[in-house]
Write a protein that binds this ligand. Structure first.
Ligand code: PLP
Length: 455
């Protein structure tokens, strides 16, 4: 694109490989092939240092929900930085944006949420969940209730707590994780765990029953909480059957166990509701909600926990000082951007448009890929979607993981101007919530071309 400054991509790549240890990246692979340097974004598109235009099918990392180049968010940050770039919320001080955001978030939260604790990220939000849940049960006089049940292949972050709650076996293997007091059950992924001929509804109930079995095994008096993403995102956009979450809710209610909804991806409109738990396909009433990413559309880092009144009341009335917090909890510039972001979403009717127009349009457009010889099990919910790459569709035979077909497809996608992510046999997208129908059509055309190139 002619309005971009010129970059010396080769020199930048060499510098990058020499000095930057990237997250979730094999540094030697950078030396071999170099990384892609993204230099600009506008709307739903990004440009790399060679001027290549790419539709961002992943909203950055599931976060740039309102797209790139929003002057209102830039202005909110600028104004706050000029007025008061930073002050903390420790020791009985606070700032106006932190006050405004806390109040705004309780307006858009499901009923029963009146309090919020701020962090900088989703990982810190989930660490905060562990602290809150343990504190709650101590204050309730049930200190044995310490175990949190999560799911294999879940992603809850990369701190020791977040990675422990998460169920990524590779992460656990590298850090002697999980920390004590966290156990995992299998995910509701029918391709992996379904029986031949089993209905989705039956599978959903059976997958939920694994929670009940685990609670009984541990003894309900030892179980503090269950945590899950409404739709497992980083695990490969695993959309559970509609029967799954209501049954999980029933089990949590029955045993008096706290339900934690990790809405770091599903929150802020991704599923066409402020929070994913409000989507009728999910339909839970969580006690705690983790959020991050979309709260600021990724323009600045911010996360936190919405604390249900059942817990907030006990914490406030019996707990005294909660000895937990981060320097940047309630950072005024980040909060100012979040306020502007939520207000823009309201003003522009983003949630309603996703629910009524964009999500059904994406489902239909993305669904057309099902006729491709490589593709099966195309699914979407709101503005997340995934498909499975099959070696042989008829017999549902997957490619040998060693071949890295998904990664090849992802690289073709980049080449063809669309960001798509590969997770083992699955190819996934989570595009910005401000796409036009034409953007979606063009994205799907580029994906189809990439599937052809992979085939
Ligand atoms: N929880 C979920 C569901 C996530 O998808 C992520 C990040 O992708 C996190 C937590 C961690 O958030 P962060 O990377 O902001 O620490």
């Amino acid at each position: 694109s002619s309005d971009l400054p010129r970059f010396d991509t080769a020199a930048l790549r060499a510098q990058d490989a020499a000095h930057h240890l990237h997250p979730f990246t094999d540094t030697q692979s950078l030396n071999a092939s170099g990384t892609r340097i993204i230099v600009r974004g506008a709307g739903v598109r990004i440009w790399d240092s060679d001027g290549h235009e790419i539709i961002d099918g992943m909203s950055g990392l599931w976060c740039v929900n309102l797209g790139y180049g929003r002057q209102d968010l830039v202005d909110a940050a600028t104004r706050q930085m000029q007025t008061l770039p930073f002050y903390n919320a420790f020791f009985k001080t606070t700032t106006v944006p932190a006050i405004e955001l806390a109040s705004l978030l309780t307006e858009i939260a499901p009923p029963g949420f009146q309090h919020v604790f701020f962090t900088n990220s989703g990982s810190e939000g989930n660490d905060t969940i562990i602290r809150l849940v343990r504190r709650y049960w101590d204050l309730m006089g049930q200190p044995r209730r310490k175990t949190i049940i999560s799911r294999r292949n879940a992603y809850h972050g990369s701190t020791l707590g977040g990675a422990s709650l998460g169920g990524m076996s590779g992460m656990h293997a590298q850090g002697d994780l999980p920390i004590p007091g966290i156990v995992h059950i299998d995910q509701p992924y029918q391709l992996q765990h379904g029986h031949a001929g089993e209905s989705a509804e039956h599978f959903g109930l059976r997958a939920a029953s694994w929670l009940e079995a685990k609670i009984r095994e541990l003894g309900p008096e030892n179980v503090a909480a269950f945590i899950g993403e409404p739709v497992q995102g980083a695990g490969g956009v695993i959309i559970p059957p509609a029967s799954y979450w209501p049954e999980i809710q029933r089990i949590c209610d029955h045993y008096g166990i706290l339900l934690v909804s990790d809405e770091v991806i599903c929150g802020f409109g991704r599923l066409g509701h402020w929070f994913g738990c409000q989507h009728p396909h999910i339909g839970t009433r969580p006690d705690l909600i983790t959020f991050a990413k979309g709260v600021t559309s990724g323009y600045l880092p911010l996360g936190g926990v919405l604390v249900g009144e059942r817990i907030a009341k006990v914490l406030i009335e019996r707990g005294g000082e909660f000895q937990h917090g981060f320097t940047y909890s309630g950072h005024p510039t980040c909060c100012a951007v979040a306020v502007a972001n939520v207000q823009a979403m309201r003003r522009e009717g983003v949630i309603e448009r996703v629910a009524q127009d964009l999500a059904p349009y994406l489902a239909t457009a993305f669904g057309t890929l099902a006729d491709h010889p490589l593709v099966g099990d195309v699914q979407s919910l709101g503005m997340v979607a995934g498909l499975v790459l099959y070696k042989d569709k008829a017999s549902r035979t997957l490619f040998d993981a060693e071949l890295g077909v998904g990664y090849r497809c992802r690289d073709h996608c980049f080449q063809n101007g669309v960001v798509m992510r590969a997770v083992e046999e699955r190819m996934i997208i989570a595009p910005p919530l401000v796409m036009t129908h034409e953007d979606i059509d063009e994205m799907v055309r580029r994906i189809r071309r990439s599937l052809d190139d992979t085939w």
